[in-house]
Design a protein around this ligand. Sequence first.
Ligand code: ATP
Ligand code: MG
Length: 397
Amino acid sequence: MDELFLKSVPILEKIEQAGFEAYFVGGSVRDYILGRAINDVDIATSATPLEIKEVFPNTADIGIDHGTVLAITPSGTYEITTFRTEGGYSDFRRPDSVQFVRSLTEDLQRRDFTMNAIAMDKGGNIIDPFNGRRDLSEQRIITVGNPHERFHEDALRMMRALRFVSQLGFELDHDTFHSLQVNAPIIGKIAVERILVEFEKLMAGTYKKRAIALLLESGLYQYLPKLSDKKDHLKNVLNLPLHHLKAAELWSVIMVKTKDDEMEAALRAWKLPLKTIRNIQRIVQLIKQEPSFEKSSFEVFQAGHDLTVQAAKVKASLTGGNVIEAEESGQQQYEALTIKTMSELDVTGTDLVNWRQEKPGPWVKAYLEMIVKAVLDGELRNDKEEIMRWLVKCNLS
Ligand code: ATP
Ligand code: MG
């Protein structure tokens, strides 16, 4: 067993000692069978949330209505979820009610895909009533039960199917894909925040091109915020090197053809954090603003490390270049700067005010920029005395 599971076995034992069943479930079991790295383990149990709170002295009610309690233990924190089935789904999203049950199989049955409906006990024995292991070995994503019903219960599962394609490179089962095509419009019922979580995982996946192709092929893209008119652009994006792009960089590639005000509206419609929106806008601005590939030292200085590297990568991707090389060259360009921040300059605004005996004003910033440019271009050494002499020479003193 993986170390993370071994470390967590005492948690299962503790629940069992109290007279309940407990298993590892969900993504960690799937990834363990696939030999992929595991980040956290999810635990499912026959104990109710209140019973779990009696077993562990220190807990937090993170999703107690849905049966999840966070147990805070010396060996770490664990999400422990009571076996449950889900009541009616009147609105294509999340159940109207959840019902706690005592049967593991019933709990596994409500899960989205067979590969996510596998449990493992403390001894490493696998419980797999829906043949998830077979589908894992055949690299197939298939819903537990009828896909049409499962997507109607919770339309987010369609988005999840494609993000798993992106992460794992698996094929979608034929019926599951067909059902996704037919039911694509109901993704519109899902809160954008939930879609965004899956979309960003999709964007980060190794097989993102395959997933984007399926977004197009299934028609699902039409019902995602502000993507309905981007079919041709998204098709072009599939021909670009995307592999090494991070989420904000891929957003930039997707948005680069969008007018500035529409881009802001689109990114807001996706409910991206404002900080991320500003970052994407700056990347796109940088790319649009300089026609040649090379940025001047001053532009690099102004953009700073992260933006310089991000813009270089996005530019390389858009021009079909080598993204990794662009990343390195962006980094080198930044490293090569003689000074990296205004505060490294050997003179300050106050120095300028004192030398010129003039009231502070916008001229201070203009002067400082001039000096920085000269220092970055190698025209002037970053040395107080020399800077002063330079100002005299330029008739600026
Ligand atoms: P990751 O490794 O990205 O966390 P995951 O499979 O663990 O992938 P989660 O979103 O953490 O995905 O969900 C944990 C488990 O809960 C899933 O493996 C699945 O069994 C179940 N699950 C999550 N979301 C849904 C859903 N919308 N419908 C049905 N089951 C779900
Ligand atoms: Mg998970």
